[in-house]
Design a binder for this molecule. Structure first.
Ligand code: AKB
Length: 320
């Protein structure tokens, strides 16, 4: 079956890798878009419904992976713009799905939908959602809109809640979990890292490969198996900055140091789950992460080191 797939936010941390992986799958034709263009990515401002419609018509789009969004930390710098982008962007996509009778929509949600009143030690899928950031508020509302479009218009929209996503291929942009990528680049280059979270703030994390597989696996699951039309928790492993640092120090071949200067992101992180219960995703569509902390650290060290040695100590040439 031919899938003509539109990816929004295709120049972002996950978008770039997801676009590459989707284009490797036989039968897929990908149209990658972002507000920041590149050689492989065309311009689309997701707030412009007409532009979205033109792309859908011109490329006979059948599915949308809607990744365009402003993340937690950056979102706090400009709450209203974040609400507009995240919310109106999703509504434009859902409306397009309704008007053009698209086959499927993918909507990434986040652990930021959780806030006070949860069991942080093992946060269940259907826990109360009391987000503390505008990003979390917009994603929690987005989950409800996905459920609404599914129930009311029979739109096959599928969603999962990403924890912090760690990868060497791309840099994150404006998240609270970004430290878990920055730390590798700083320690490899300079042997030192100043962390913006406290040493003991535990968060759920996921390796990029698992994050991409999760999206593709969820979208490939037979429709009748998707019992949850709001969003699925997915888990990789959980650790705090000190545990990550200790693991890197164990595997890296030079002395390294860390210091802690927590900023506003520390409070955001403290309101999120420590560990996520992903049993619903396991049960409904067979979700399972492959990377634990050791595997993540070893793979990150190997690949990030290549970035710096390859370019002769110069600026790393990976995408932002
Ligand atoms: C962020 O830190 O904002 C994101 C997320 C957990 O959704 N990585």
């Amino acid at each position: 079956m031919n899938n003509n797939i539109l990816v929004t936010g295709a120049n972002g941390q996950i978008g770039q890798i997801l676009t590459q992986e989707l284009s490797k799958i036989e039968g897929n034709k990908i149209f990658a878009t972002d507000i920041n263009i590149s050689n492989t990515c065309s311009y689309l401002n997701i707030l412009e419904q007409d532009s979205l419609s033109k792309i859908i018509e011109k490329h006979n789009i059948t599915q949308i992976y809607h990744l365009a969004a402003i993340l937690s930390a950056r979102g706090e710098q400009n709450p209203i713009q974040t609400w507009d982008t995240n919310m109106q962007g999703l509504l434009n996509v859902l409306e397009a799905a309704r008007l053009y009778k698209l086959d499927k929509i993918f909507f990434p949600s986040t652990i930021a939908v959780f806030g006070t009143g949860i069991n942080q030690n093992f946060t269940a899928n259907y826990s109360a959602l009391h987000p503390t950031t505008v990003y979390g508020i917009s994603k929690a509302a987005g989950e409800n809109w996905c459920q609404y479009y599914h129930d009311k218009y029979d739109i096959d929209v599928r969603s999962l809640r990403y924890p912090g996503v760690i990868g060497w291929q791309t840099m994150p942009g404006g998240g609270t979990t970004d430290y878990a990528i920055d730390i590798f680049h700083q320690l490899i280059q300079y042997g030192k890292y100043t962390c913006f979270l406290d040493k003991d703030v535990t968060l759920p994390m996921l390796y990029m490969e698992d994050a991409i597989n999760a999206a593709i696996q969820l979208m490939d699951t037979p429709r009748e198996n998707i019992k949850n039309r709001a969003s699925y928790n997915i888990a990789g492993c959980s650790f705090n900055p000190q545990q990550l640092f200790d693991k890197i120090a164990h595997y890296i071949n030079k002395p390294v140091q860390i210091e802690y200067q927590p900023d506003f992101r520390n409070n955001i992180a403290k309101s999120w789950p420590y560990v996520i219960d992903d049993s619903l995703a396991r049960q409904d569509w067979g979700w399972k992460a492959n990377f634990d902390l050791d595997k993540i650290v070893l793979d990150m060290l190997e690949n990030c080191t290549k970035i710096y040695t390859h370019f002769d100590g110069g600026e790393a040439k990976f995408a932002h």
